[in-house]
Structures are given as structure tokens and as C-alpha cells.
Design a protein around this ligand. Structure first.
Ligand SMILES: Nc1ncnc2c1ncn2[C@@H]1O[C@H](COP(=O)(O)OP(=O)(O)O)[C@@H](O)[C@H]1O
Ligand SMILES: [Mg+2]
Length: 354
């Protein structure tokens, strides 16, 4: 075969490869198809590919030996180690009869039983790089989609649990107290001389407190009527009275925010404060709500025991994730800083709508 023939064959193969993997949206599939083309066109008789996916520590190997899947020919652990080395070094390397071709920090293609020119390999790398980048992007997006739908399910579950809790609160506390008051009133009507009205009044006033608390947890009317500042003050006063945590509150917002933004920030504050009550063992906390020309930001801090965020499993931080989701839904962002012994701070910011 003349040089010109060889170049032509190389070009044809590269063309076929580019065409084949153009529509591949899965990194593994991209590599599998690459190997198939290189073996089909007779350039190599055996190939294996190694893939590094973000967030996945292990290297994923795919391979073809003739038409046998590499699993049937057994994965070569030594080749995998060589591939990892070549991936870091990012240089085309020959190991025994294998050509190891790194594609940036994404993959390594190992080929044997044939040879090709270095311009061919260079063009090959360019084509695979472009396809892998696109496939990885797609893969990440679909991973994100999956995470999102899991999260949505978790949020719905949490919402149902919340409703269950409110329903129990209503039934157990309010329902029983009202039954008690009714029985007491019956007795008082029948035997006015023995009636302990003071006790009944006390029970009624406790029940009123319960109803107010449940209503406040659900959605305080003051949020709609008077806005976020008033609602936050109302909520923190309630927490201070009930749990003896001193909460400093500073609000510097020139005018009322959009109702959706008020709700999001109120829910963030509510979750953060509930966490402080439940987990932080804090004596003091603070809430600061301020605006800049573009953002409204809310910071909630406590001086409690803190925690290591990265040590929590996804299922163990539904409250925190829910906060973030709510904020991101409004194109804002949320960050949580915490370390054991140093307290916790939650920063949320939303773009101001004009
Ligand atoms: N302010 C805080 N102080 C200490 N630990 C906290 C604080 N906020 C959250 N945590 C920790 O983070 C975990 C996850 O919080 P969250 O997602 O709200 O779930 P939940 O409150 O239902 O446990 C808590 O269980 C707790 O261990
Ligand atoms: Mg929580």
C-alpha cells in the first residue's frame, strides 16, 4: 500500500469514527463505538478503553477483542494500572504490545494487534475528546435530573410527614383539650356549685396557645399582612419564649419584597431556626436580613455545637437540601458553614426582582 493509500484509509476511518460517535450521548458507549470502528476497519485487532467519570472513583473499562466483549477476555488489572498512569501523564505510551492513548483527563484507549501513524492518533484524540465532552455533559445533566427527582420525592414525603404531624397535633392536643373543656362545661352546667371554671379557663387558654403555634408553623398570617420582617420577629419571639434561646434580629430592607421571595426566605429562616432548636444546643442566634442593589440576603447564625456537613448522607439532610432547592428555584444560592464546636451559619441570597 502506498503512502497516499494509507493516508486515504486513515481519513476514511476517522471520518467513519466521527460520524459514528457524533450522536453518542453516553461516555461508555462513545468509547465502545470507537473501539468497534478501529477493529472493524482492520486497524487493530484488540482494544480496551478506560473512562474516568466525575464523582465516580473507579475507572470504568470497556473493551473489545475481535468481536468478543472484554469481560469475556477478562479485564487486565495491569493494563488498568498502566492506563491510570498514562492518563495522569497525558502522553501516548507503548506498554508491551499495547498502544495507550490518553484523551485529556477523561479516558485512555488501549489498542493492540496493529499500528497507525501519529497524525492519525492525534486526529483520533481530537474526535474522541469532542465526543466525550459532549457525552459527559449530557451524562452530568441526566445525573442531575435523577438527583432532582429523588429530591422531589423526598420533599413530597417530608411534606406528607409534616401533614401527619400537624394532623396528630390537632387531634391529640387540640382535640383532647377541647373534649376536656366540653366535659368540664357539661359538668359545670349540671353541677354549677362544683364547677372549677378557673381550671377550664386555663385549659382553654393553653389550647388557644397550641392552635396559634400550629397556625404559625403552617403559615403565619402576619407574613401576608405585614411582611417578612414582622413574621420573622413574631417567629423568633415565639422561639425565645419557648426554648430560651436569645435571638438577635436585624432587618434592613427598604420596602416589602415580592410575596414569593418573602415565603422562600421565611421558610429558610424557619428551617434554620428549627434546626437550631433541635440540634444546635445554642444559647444565642442571630438573623440578619439585608439588601444590596441586586440581592436580598438572609444570614442565620448560632453559637451551638455545629456539625460536619460532608459527613451527612443525602437522606439525613432533607431539611438542608430543601432549603437550598427552594432558594435555587428562585435563582438564588444558599451556603451552609458549620464545624463542630464553632456553630453554624446559613447564608441565603435571592436576586431582587425589580
Ligand atoms: N444549626 C445546627 N446545629 C447543629 N447541627 C445542625 C444544625 N443544622 C443542621 N444540623 C445537623 O444537620 C442534620 C441535617 O439537618 P436537616 O437536613 O434539617 O435534617 P433534620 O433537621 O430533619 O435532622 C441534622 O440532623 C443535624 O445533625
Ligand atoms: Mg431540619
Amino acid at each position: 500500500m502506498t503512502d497516499a493509500d494509507l493516508r486515504l484509509r486513515e481519513l476514511e476511518t476517522l471520518h467513519e469514527l466521527a460520524h459514528t460517535i457524533a450522536n453518542s450521548l453516553e461516555p461508555r458507549e462513545t468509547l465502545e463505538q470507537t473501539l468497534k470502528v478501529l477493529i472493524d476497519t482492520g486497524w487493530f485487532s484488540c482494544g480496551e478503553a478506560f473512562l474516568k467519570l466525575e464523582g465516580m472513583l473507579e475507572t470504568v473499562a470497556v473493551g473489545l477483542c475481535g468481536y468478543q466483549n472484554i469481560e469475556a477476555c477478562q479485564v487486565r488489572p495491569k493494563l488498568l494500572r498502566d492506563a491510570e498512569r498514562v492518563m495522569t501523564g497525558n502522553k501516548l505510551t507503548q506498554v508491551n504490545h499495547w498502544q495507550l492513548i490518553p484523551v485529556d483527563n477523561m479516558a485512555v484507549i488501549a489498542l493492540s494487534g496493529g499500528n497507525a501513524s501519529s497524525p492519525f492518533f492525534e486526529a483520533l484524540i481530537d474526535i474522541i475528546r469532542a465526543a466525550l465532552k459532549r457525552a459527559r455533559l449530557h451524562w452530568r445533566l441526566s445525573e442531575k435530573e435523577i438527583q432532582r427527582s429523588k429530591l422531589l420525592q423526598a420533599l413530597l414525603r417530608a411534606q406528607e410527614e409534616e401533614r401527619g404531624r400537624i394532623s396528630r397535633d390537632l387531634h391529640d392536643q387540640v382535640g383532647q383539650a377541647l373534649t376536656g373543656i366540653l366535659l368540664g362545661l357539661d359538668a359545670a352546667i349540671n353541677h354549677p356549685e362544683d364547677a372549677n371554671l378557673a381550671q377550664l379557663k386555663e385549659l382553654a387558654s393553653i389550647t388557644l396557645g397550641d392552635v396559634r403555634r400550629i397556625a404559625l408553623d403552617l403559615r403565619p398570617s402576619v407574613l401576608d399582612a405585614l411582611g417578612l420582617e414582622a413574621a420573622l420577629k413574631r417567629y423568633t419571639r415565639e422561639i425565645t419564649e419557648r426554648y430560651n434561646i436569645q435571638i438577635e434580629i436585624l432587618v434592613s430592607v427598604p420596602k416589602r419584597l415580592n410575596p414569593d421571595e418573602e415565603t422562600v426566605l421565611y421558610r429558610v429562616a424557619q428551617e434554620a431556626l428549627t434546626n437550631i432548636v433541635r440540634h444546635a444546643k445554642a444559647k444565642q442566634a442571630s438573623i440578619v436580613l439585608t439588601t444590596t442593589s441586586k440581592w436580598v440576603q438572609l444570614v442565620i447564625e448560632d453559637n451551638g455545637i455545629g456539625f460536619k456537613l460532608e459527613e451527612l448522607l443525602a437522606a439525613e439532610r432533607i431539611g438542608l437540601t430543601g432549603m437550598r432547592e427552594r432558594v435555587e428555584l428562585f435563582n438564588g444560592n444558599l451556603s451552609i458553614e458549620s464545624s463542630p464546636g464553632k456553630g453554624t451559619s446559613v447564608h441565603a441570597r435571592l436576586p431582587l426582582r425589580t
